[in-house]
Design a protein around this ligand. Structure first.
Ligand SMILES: [Zn+2]
Length: 413
């Protein structure tokens, strides 16, 4: 036998023995309105199991308090931050009316389909708006996105799910959502799925921190158990690697637990549970945000995010290598003072600057390369005297990730 034929035989053996790359699939769950302290202190066996096999981190929503990207801690606002990896100043969904989402900030479903048209997507949700308005299903302005499997709109079916004052119908809807999600995942294994569960938020609004609210979180735990079982089934029977992400869209107020929408710590504090381990150094050292989930999914799914989209994403991947985090930029007398934290010290940071925001209208911005400095410098001080403007977009492009900040200058008083 020649060396070459031995090599071919070995390659054949390796691939048939299952060493070939497994197909990667993602399912993420939004369980509505559960503060971090609640998910941490209740006895939740399925969440405990997933956590012991994967990872758990606290997270936040709401953007940065009192900054240009401060974001209401409201449901649809949070879902769209997860979907697009951006805060409300970009995605333009400030409340649950979802009147004018800015689809120029592309969601993760659209990015997946653009690169891999044959891959299958799915949504399981009580709330039909999640598909029709946030994903922008079949809307030309949202890229005519198709969704391969969808089970939603149950809140509109008042015959099957008769609306009772205690809102038990919403629990029954969540059960239906989980049943359809588990069955579809087992049978078809969609590449990217979004599961949305609402009952916990209903109980929070009605009863605040209460036995009723905590009971609803235990029901959620049982539902996650069913979903986790469906994923285990796929992993046992197919050559697939699955990423499960479970998170919430906002916390609840400190005083009673019935409200949300504001910027108090308990309304901003959320969490993320995943079957993936370990999360990266960025996740370990800093408090992740809901906008980090989208770049985490694109990285796991090997989606090449176009450069113009990448420059707008406000989140940072929670898996794999990350170069820079925590960017900040302020204007100082004709200069821009930029800082960041070096997460991985290798390489350089390219500092890009734009004075326009044409991206929001679907047009390209013109970026100028202002500096290139070692990642480990963690700062750059750049003259912008020849680019006077009330608005600057600063983009830091490093070997493993890209981050951005805006500077908005007030008129002199
Ligand atoms: Zn909510």
């Amino acid at each position: 036998m020649t060396n070459r034929s031995i090599l071919s035989l070995l390659l054949l053996l390796f691939s048939s023995a299952g060493f070939a790359q497994q197909t990667r699939k993602t399912v993420y769950v939004i369980a509505d309105g559960i503060p971090a302290d609640v998910i941490e202190r209740l006895d939740l066996p399925n969440i405990k199991k997933i956590r012991s096999e994967g990872s758990y981190t606290r997270m936040h929503v709401g953007g940065d308090v009192a900054a240009y990207n401060q974001t209401p801690t409201i449901s649809a606002v949070g879902y769209n931050s997860l979907l697009t990896g951006t805060w409300v100043n970009k995605h333009n969904v400030p409340d649950n009316d979802i009147k004018a989402p800015n689809y120029n900030y592309q969601n993760v479903f659209r990015l997946l389909k653009a690169q891999y048209p044959a891959k299958k997507t799915a949504i399981f949700s009580s709330w039909e708006d999640n598909r029709t308005k946030l994903l922008g299903y079949h809307l030309p302005e949202a890229g005519n996105l198709d969704v391969d499997y969808f089970f939603d709109g149950y809140e509109l079916d008042t015959v099957k799910f008769k609306h009772d004052p205690a809102r038990n119908f919403m629990h029954l809807i969540d059960e239906k959502v989980i049943q359809e999600a588990s069955a579809t995942i087992k049978q078809h294994g969609p590449d990217l799925s979004w599961v949305y569960l609402e009952y916990t938020d209903d109980m929070g609004h009605m009863h605040g921190d209460s036995p009723e609210f905590y009971a609803s979180v235990k029901m959620l735990d049982a539902q996650l158990g069913k979903l986790y079982e469906a994923i285990a089934y796929r992993k046992a029977h197919f050559k697939e690697e699955w990423l499960l992400v479970v998170t919430t869209d906002h916390g609840r107020d400190e005083k009673t637990g019935s409200g949300h929408g504001g910027q108090s710590p308990r309304q901003r504090n959320t969490w993320m549970l995943s079957n993936y381990r370990p999360l990266n150094a960025y996740a370990a050292r800093y408090q992740p945000a809901i906008v980090d989930i989208m770049p985490t999914i694109t990285r796991f799914m090997n989606i090449n995010v176009p450069q113009n989209v990448k420059r707008e994403i406000d989140g940072t991947a929670l898996i794999g290598k990350v170069s820079v985090a925590e960017p900040a930029a302020i204007y100082v007398q004709g200069n821009v003072d930029i800082t960041w934290k070096a997460v991985d010290p290798a390489g350089t940071v390219k500092v890009w600057l734009a004075t326009t925001n044409a991206f929001k209208d679907g047009k390209p911005d013109t970026y100028k390369l202002m500096a290139e400095v070692p990642v480990t410098d963690q700062h750059a001080f750049i003259s912008v005297k020849d680019q006077p403007s009330k608005f600057y977009k600063v983009v830091l492009e490093a070997p493993n990730n890209t981050v951005n900040r805006w500077i908005l200058l007030e008129d002199k008083k």
